[in-house]
Design a protein around this ligand. Sequence first.
Ligand code: ARG
Length: 461
Amino acid sequence: MAKMWAGVTAGNTDKTADDFNSSIHFDSRMYREDITGSMAHARMLAKQGILKQEAAEHIVQGLQGILEDLENGSLTFDLSCEDIHMFIEQVLTERIGDEGKMLHTARSRNDQVALDVRMYLRNETETIRDMITALIAVLCEQAEKYADAILPGYTHLQRAQPVVFGHHIMAYVMMLMRDLDRLADMKERMNVSPIGACALAGTTYNTDRAYEAELLGFDSVCANSIDAVSDRDFCLEMLSDLSILMMHLSRFAEEIILWSSWEFRFVSLSDAYTTGSSIMPQKRNPDMAELVRGKTGRVYGDMMTLFTVMKGIPLAYNKDMQEDKEAVFDAVDTVKMCLPVFTGMVKTMKANTDVMREAARRGFINATDLADYLVTKGLPFRSAYKISGQIVAYCMENGKVLETLELPVYQSFCELFAEDLYEAVDLTACVNRRISEGGTSVESVRKQIADVRKKLELQGE
Ligand code: ARG
């Protein structure tokens, strides 16, 4: 087929070169943005007197028809077209004749593609933000349900201090809250219109970039035409934000995998989110969590792909930049696949609170509280720390725990011990004494949940 850009050359590219060059099989997903952008462009051209009002109306109607036909399936993408921009323009010209050829006045595919990608991604950003919000809502419910379920908190994967499960869950909620903010913040920088930069240098026509930007819901226009067509920071920011989000999901997934193992048994996943083994009848594999963890690598890869593509290309547009889309689309698709599955998995996940409590009882995770107790009796912390350590060693040797070790034994280590020490090492009391802001007391956890719900306007159960 004759190329739209045939002119200096006849446009007779080799078939393999054509296939290699073509992006329609992945950029066709931006057809809505391309059509909406073109409609605004025609309107702007008409307003400025660059295009006759009547021609602009025909163009807009033609584009509307194309949009409808693509949506209802009566028009399908012609994969022999180089990209979505060429395809739409070609169909338009076939349908309305020469007026279709006027649409590409005062623009270039370089600013057009930058426009389409920004519009496409700002939409996807909102979809992803909604999915994160849905996950946060579910996590708040779970945190509320387990606001007083004590388990060992870990550092170095060693039992450290008692925490409540709700607190642990809320730690992930805080990460997701930042992910929400990061995406919103990124979207603001993304929502700047490149259209009107044309190939790279702007145009001699009397265009109104601000008007066109406004029609398309942009906050402002890119201030430099060369930057407008060369910039893919918004894709890189999105990929970075999605990588961080996936990293959070992956850490959570890793804990769920660990916790659902026989060794921990802190949580049980619902049958709807586990799989069996083809040979081992007893298995309930946490495949969903493992896939989320695995797909995180894939999203990182997408981010690295584009960073590497961009690092050495001179200004302004270079065809290398066509590689932006598959990377960023893949990351978007992957995140959109992971989030709802993850949400379903954690919504149906049950905590085995008795197992958690038992693990908390056996880990000497109240040893810090024992030392703090001696401090309240007047001992310097270092001395208190040492005595507590000796008592823990004694318990380990003799199969005892701090909660039930006899008072005379305590007193043989330090005479400051009295009956009230049992209150000091009681796990529930240990947790609820941690009233510092953001601490693990049940009260603090409830406040965290309430604050998040308020901020996101979520309903409590
Ligand atoms: N398909 C191209 C891309 O995705 C569109 C821009 C092409 N511009 C050009 N001058 N070849 O980047």
